[in-house]
Design a protein around this ligand. Structure first.
Ligand code: LMR
Length: 395
């Protein structure tokens, strides 16, 4: 049976990591995968996570199955993190399940949408995270795109986006990035969210919000502005969230899928479908990451420490944005790269050609995704001069 298999190319994002690890150039720079790094280029474990792990080590007393929903306390804390004091929680219209990371959350959402309508269409931004399309197609959804980023002018193509969304059918789903758009770093303003929410309401399509970077844009509540506004406007929506980045729990694989339904009774039905989806894919989620997150979010001390550590990550990334733009100017680059400072979150498009990206990799050991998506956290005071010089050379 295996004889019919054709080899598949390496994943455009994860494949870079393997290449970077093999590169022996001591000046190599990793701007590939969306992983936070400190000034020393290390992805350290957050102190609040270390404390929560100690607590778990001391108190965990069973490894018995956790069940398809995952930990109820984690689900409750995640719903609060996502929605704050929103009426959807007070009205008991939200149901959350713990998932294996943000990717697991998206797959559960996709299977859930398929249960609502076989072969449903989901609209994704052009461009979007490289894994969205494959993931949704693998779940049997039809994927279409709406305009989002204007590569030429390095800004949002909001008119194009709105016009496309007005043509979406009522029984389609539309994927929106809550904040820190991956890969462009270009987010909707509050006014633009209001317009998108109005279109969603008037057409009745299902908003599916991917929030993988809550806290990396402007702050935890600020980054949830759009999705909370959307929840004010529509009766049904889905939110996929991740604890990989904001808790630094990449390898623990912990995220959540939250479904908002019209009423508590409809939410119960949706929840039963979610549980079935989970059971037939992976039965139940891993428990460790969820236990750490719920411990942190249940303790005033650990929660405050997490806020501080998250702010430190956010501030460092924002500082890096200005630093690389300044260094490019210092190195005689006349082309305008100021869009990098206007963008949010882990990523920005540098805006160079795939050939120039390849030269950066081959000649200078600077690794970024072929679209010229840079993971800004990989920049540091120690490597920014070399990075700016390398970019200046390929330009
Ligand atoms: C990324 O976009 O780099 C991250 O979300 C990691 C991944 O799984 O692709």
């Amino acid at each position: 049976m295996f004889g019919s298999l054709k080899p598949r190319p390496a994943d455009p994002i994860l494949g870079l990591l393997a290449k970077y690890r093999e590169d022996e150039n001591s000046q190599k720079i990793d701007l590939g995968v969306g992983v936070y790094k400190n000034e020393a280029g290390h992805t350290a474990i957050l102190d609040c996570v270390k404390k929560a792990e100690k607590h778990r080590f001391d108190t965990e007393d069973t490894k018995v199955y956790i069940g398809p929903t995952g930990s109820p306390l984690f689900n409750e804390k995640m719903a609060e993190l996502i929605f704050g004091e929103h009426q959807v929680l007070a009205n008991n219209r939200a149901r959350t399940v713990s998932t294996p990371g943000g990717t697991g959350a998206l797959r559960v959402a996709a299977e859930f949408i398929k249960s609502c309508k076989a072969g449903a269409t989901i609209w994704v931004s052009d461009p979007t995270w490289a894994n969205h399309t494959g993931l949704f197609q693998a779940a049997g959804l039809t994927v279409k795109t709406y305009p989002y980023y204007d590569f030429e002018n390095k800004k949002l193509d909001f008119d194009g986006m709105l016009a496309a969304l007005k043509e979406v059918s009522a029984d389609d789903a539309v994927l929106l990035h809550a904040c820190c758009h991956n890969p462009s770093g270009m987010d909707l303003s509050q006014e633009q969210w209001q317009q998108v929410a109005e279109v969603a309401k008037s057409i009745g399509f299902l908003p599916v919000i991917d929030m993988a970077y809550q806290g990396f844009g402007d702050g935890l509540d600020e980054d949830a502005y759009g999705l909370r506004l959307m929840a004010d406007s529509v009766e049904e929506m889905v939110v996929c969230s991740s604890c990989s980045k904001n808790f630094g729990l990449y390898r623990e694989r912990i995220g959540a899928t939250t479904v908002i339904a019209k009423s508590a009774a409809a939410a119960d039905i949706a929840s039963s479908v979610l549980l079935h989806v989970v059971r037939v894919i992976y039965s139940m989620p891993p428990a460790h990451g969820a236990a750490l997150v719920e411990t942190i979010l249940s303790s005033d001390e650990l929660r405050n420490q997490w806020y501080d550590e998250l702010k430190e990550m956010r501030d460092r990334i924002n500082g890096n944005r200005q630093m690389i733009v300044d260094k490019l100017v210092e190195n005689g680059v006349t082309r305008d790269f100021s869009h990098i400072v206007r963008q949010k979150g882990m990523f920005s498009f540098l805006g160079i050609t795939p050939e120039q990206v390849q030269r950066l990799q081959d000649e200078f050991s600077v690794y970024m995704v072929g679209s010229s998506r840079m993971s800004i956290a990989g920049i540091s005071k120690a490597n920014v001069d070399y990075l700016a010089q390398s970019i200046a050379k390929v330009l």
